[in-house]
Design a protein around this ligand. Structure first.
Ligand SMILES: Nc1ncnc2c1ncn2[C@@H]1O[C@H](COP(=O)(O)OP(=O)(O)OP(=O)(O)O)[C@@H](O)[C@H]1O
Length: 420
């Protein structure tokens, strides 16, 4: 059956695809109706436009049927002649919330897969229904402008873009499309489990439409919020340029008086951005936690949040620095340390551990004061250790054949304020 006969309107889908980056296209396909519909539509479009398509399914190893679902997607891909890979999550470390951990793991696995295959874009199958659920959930949780602006059609990934080409479509029309193509999909049984908030909200939204209301107004609200968010982020970028400084130790100094007279919305945004940047966390802190930190900053008190310290550095500066206790320690110097520091050695010395300078390290460095950087910020810079022995702390002035570079700076701090 041709696209015309199936009466599926491709206009908005094709419009979204104009946002694709160069390079092969990736698609994250779970086997559910939304992503299977996306797979068929993308396969057609890529064939017509001479673009390579790669597909991946994440097996979270949480349900017995997960492997069957991954095989189902692999079979659909085999019939279409598209390469497919199953990415397996080794499992949950029992920390935090399982749903959240699974979502984060999925993002990381897909991101690594995208990098390995040099994909320019990875398409995910969020729909208009997902958008309405997200907005309602965030409203109930007390989100601000950013949260209510909902899901975006495009987002920056690590060297590629995440694209949501189905954001203008309803699940029902995608299912009708699949039926018209005689294409099956798999209904995830956890979508029936009423203990999950998402499932509860899906039912509430169903009742809202049954009662004769349209959820379209919620989508319009999100569009209005997106505009407001863009405006606020621009204002913040200008303000941050005026009052912030990034130090060589990876801390941020903020002009206290100018911070205190700024609008609360501006203060929350600035503190949140600093915390997100310094901690390397992909999510900003919760609004309620920010309000508490903001109140302490106004009172001139020091505090901690999101793996960072917020201190009154001097009469006129507030300093936000990484909290050494929240930093990892790692064997060897190959990887980026704490997602922020690139370390190199003139001669590789085996069997070393990279960990923050900390109290122990700073007490062994005689002339750190000459650097003009705060003790707290220096304690959160990388040090090279062999057991208890401090070998090097390059940012704190003890090099011993090692160099250390912060992978972000003032420019990146400012440009990353504009999220979309
Ligand atoms: N296990 C998975 N493997 C690959 N991609 C996934 C997986 N789970 C979700 N995704 C991607 O994220 C999108 C949104 O996820 P969500 O959990 O809302 O969808 P779903 O209900 O599990 O499945 P679908 O959207 O395919 O009906 C999916 O459309 C898909 O692109």
């Amino acid at each position: 059956m041709t696209e015309e006969k199936s009466k599926f309107n491709l206009t908005q889908f094709e419009q979204r695809l104009t946002l694709l980056s160069d390079g092969p296209v990736g698609a994250a396909v779970s086997g559910g109706s939304d992503s299977i519909a996306m797979l068929l539509l993308l396969a057609n479009w890529c064939a017509k436009n001479g673009r390579a398509l790669h597909v991946a399914t994440v097996n979270h190893n949480l349900r017995a049927d997960a492997a069957i679902e991954a095989r189902f997607v692999a079979n659909v891909c085999a019939k279409l002649g598209i390469p497919h890979e199953t990415l397996v999550w080794p499992g949950w470390d029992q920390r935090g919330n399982l749903q959240e951990a699974a979502r984060n793991a999925r993002k990381t696995l897909l991101s690594d897969w995208a990098k390995q295959n040099e994909l320019g874009s990875v398409a995910i199958g969020h729909t208009k229904d997902d958008q309405a659920e997200t907005i309602l959930m965030r409203m109930l949780r007390g989100s601000g402008v950013d949260g209510i602006s909902g899901i975006y059609p495009i987002e920056n990934g690590d060297g590629f873009v995440w694209l949501r080409p189905l954001l203008d479509y309803e699940r029902q029309e995608l299912r009708a499309y699949l039926t018209s193509k005689n294409q099956d999909w798999i209904d995830d049984p956890s979508n029936q489990e009423t203990r999950f908030d998402r499932v509860k909200l899906r039912r509430i939204l169903h009742d809202i439409t049954e009662a004769g209301f349209s959820t379209h107004g919620m989508i319009t609200t999100a569009e209005n919020m997106k505009r407001a968010r863009h405006f606020l982020e621009n204002a913040l970028a200008n303000h941050a340029q005026d009052i912030c400084e990034v130090t060589d130790a990876g801390s941020i100094l903020i002009h206290k008086e100018k911070l205190c007279v700024a609008e609360p919305e501006m203060r929350f945004r600035l503190i949140a951005h600093c915390l997100k940047r310094i901690s390397g966390n992909i999510y900003p802190p919760r609004l309620h936690a920010l309000e508490l930190v903001d109140a302490q900053v106004l009172l001139g008190e020091s505090t901690a949040l999101h793996g960072c310290l917020i201190r009154q550095a001097s009469d006129d500066r507030v300093e936000i620095s990484r909290e050494p206790n929240a930093m990892p320690s790692q064997h060897g110097i190959k990887e980026l340390f704490d997602n922020a520091w690139e370390i190199n050695a003139v001669d590789q010395i085996g069997d070393v551990v990279v960990a923050p300078v900390g109290e122990n390290g700073i007490s062994q460095i005689a002339d750190w004061r000459d650097l003009g950087l705060s003790r707290y910020a220096l304690m959160a810079t990388p040090a090279i250790w062999r057991k208890e022995e401090l070998i090097a702390a390059p940012i704190a002035g003890m090099c011993n054949g090692y160099t250390c570079r912060l992978t972000w700076g003032y420019h990146e701090f400012l440009t990353s304020i504009l999220t979309h």
